[in-house]
Design a protein around this ligand. Structure first.
Ligand code: C5P
Length: 283
């Protein structure tokens, strides 16, 4: 069975505070896009659960989120683990703020649920995803959604108006736990207007959505990284993006375009310096 795992982008990201369980309460407007990994799930002859990817440095065994998702799925069904090969063709950049690993995990949950004859509703499946990672419940449902709590409290939103998206990942690593620690140690000066973003989506105005994009993590990036993300956003805007934002804990920055031609020009300009530059659409 072949299935797709869509990348996610943050139209907004706000960190409301640290919780007693060590996680943070978040408030985010999420959007899935056509950039995707492709997963192939096939039963094997008594070899257990195996995960293989086209990127050598990724975990292959049950440390891979895709394998953890399969184990949690069978556990929730009250079944023994099956003998299954999961092959992942990665396209979504790793450690990019686009939920690549969580999205693969969500795709496994959806595929196994389908194979089993849909024992879980999408909401129940998202609940199984909570045990795999904070972004997995959103990735199970996809689309345009408000994510609160740890990321697992989801409210579907009116779809992002049709547009072209150019996403660009600079080549430096960001540690998610480190960025959360940095945000704990400083005062957040500026926050997204989430209510305004919800209004803009309801009104179906791409311009208003693009104008309201904001991510609190951008302010707490180490300075040298902040400058690089700002530079990418600058190119996107110069090339005609209606707005640009960093996704998740970065470092991917993306722009929303109402013109395919402008989006293609932005992609071409950024591709000169950044291999991981993608043109995609919302899904
Ligand atoms: O849930 P997940 O394993 O994807 O989270 C990775 C890390 O991100 C956590 O260990 C934590 O440091 C941070 N995190 C957080 N609050 C959230 C989500 C993630 O502090 N709501």
């Amino acid at each position: 069975m072949k299935t797709r795992a869509w990348a996610k982008l943050n139209l907004t990201l706000d960190v409301l505070g640290k919780r007693e369980d060590g996680y943070h309460d978040l408030c985010m407007v999420m959007q899935s896009v056509t950039l995707h990994d492709t997963l192939t799930l096939e039963p094997n002859e008594g070899q257990g659960l195996r995960v293989k990817t086209n990127l050598r440095f990724l975990p292959t065994g049950d440390k891979n989120l895709a394998a953890i998702a399969a184990l949690r799925f069978w556990e929730a069904l009250g079944r023994e683990p099956e003998h299954l090969d999961i092959e992942i063709e990665k396209r979504i950049p790793v450690c990019a703020g686009m939920a690549g690993g969580s999205s693969d995990a969500a795709a496994v949950l959806r595929a196994l649920n389908e194979q089993a004859g849909f024992p879980f509703t999408p909401t129940e499946l998202a609940k199984v995803g909570e045990k795999v990672g904070s972004d997995v419940p959103y990735c199970v449902l996809g689309g345009t959604a408000l994510a609160e709590g740890r990321g697992e409290v989801l409210t579907p939103l009116p779809a992002l108006p049709p547009c072209w998206v150019v996403a660009c990942k600079p080549d430096f690593p960001i540690s998610t736990p480190e960025l959360f620690a940095r945000i704990d140690s400083c005062k957040i000066r500026c926050r997204p207007d989430t209510a305004g973003m919800l209004e803009a989506l309801k009104a179906g105005s791409l311009e208003e959505v693009a104008r309201r994009m904001y991510n609190v993590f951008e302010d707490v990036l180490p300075e040298r990284y902040q400058a690089r993300v700002a530079e990418i956003k600058h190119v996107l805007i110069q090339k005609g993006a209606l707005g640009a934002n960093m996704s998740g804990t970065g470092p991917t920055a993306f722009g929303l375009f109402d013109s395919e031609e402008a989006a293609r020009e932005a992609q071409a300009a950024l591709q000169e310096g950044y291999r991981d530059t993608f043109l995609c659409r919302s899904v």
